[in-house]
Design a binder for this molecule. Sequence first.
Ligand code: GLV
Ligand code: GLV
Length: 324
Amino acid sequence: MRIVVTRRVPEAAMVVLREAGEVWVSGEDRPLSPDELRDAVRGADAVVSMLHDRIDGAVADAAGPQLKVVANVAVGYDNIDVPALTSRGVAVTNTPGVLTDATADLAFGLLLAVTRRIGEGERLLRARQPWSFHLGFMLGSGLQGKTLGIVGLGQIGQAMAHRARAFGMRIVYSGRSRARPEVESALHAEHLPFPELLTTADVVSLHCPLTPETRHLIDAEALGAMKHSAFLINTTRGPVVDEAALADALLRREIAGAGLDVFEKEPEVEPRLLEMDNVVVTPHLGSATVETRTEMALLAARNVEAVLAGEGAINEVRPAGAGS
Ligand code: GLV
Ligand code: GLV
């Protein structure tokens, strides 16, 4: 069995993959180009892919009819044309669960950083600017009693809500479907239609998958509906936000700030955002802990192992489905 890994993965996952077949790993320290990807997958029974790899029917055809599984090392799988693969009999898997806490931690970190001006304060000191403590110095916004609006109350959205509850925030949410009653009551979470969430929330945090329906969900109109004092947090996928419209809204002070871990055209970032003190940016670090990345790669490897052994995949995604 030939297993193609598009970018280096932790050794613990390699051990599992080597047991399952002949492993080829890209030696590049960058994403493979579309041409390189098509060349690399030729003859593969399994592909371990990263979120920057666009895996569609053409890539599956380049691999050949023996291709059995594409294991994406991510919970999101908007980079994969799932119907094109399943129609060719290829299983697609993702890595839910293992990155829930790490991603919610980062989302809450961005929330604290932007509301308490942590990045801005750090830049001030590093620029060796003069300063002294006074009662009006670099005031941020407190969280207690404020409302967090969660868009997409899946696993990560719920983990974010738990953190916010511990900080004394009220939780409202919107999403494709209503959460189970026990989830709502555990979080004291109130379901609101999306337009109402926008006008109610002091912080809007995005935890929905990227789908045709959520692309540019946060556009000029949505930003215009938010409170002038509100903050936007995005740790899901960049294209859920119209980044140019976000820069416009921030410049016009339509919202107070943003904490962003993901961008529309990674690794590019809308340049105007990088000039703004009320924007905190991190380079797609949601799941970036040693423990979580190891778990993610291991889970992807175990999915490959299971499918190649003729057992069902552990985390198969369905064509019409969506991540959490
Ligand atoms: C990371 O962004 C993931 O989807 O796992
Ligand atoms: C602030 O540093 C305080 O002591 O209240």
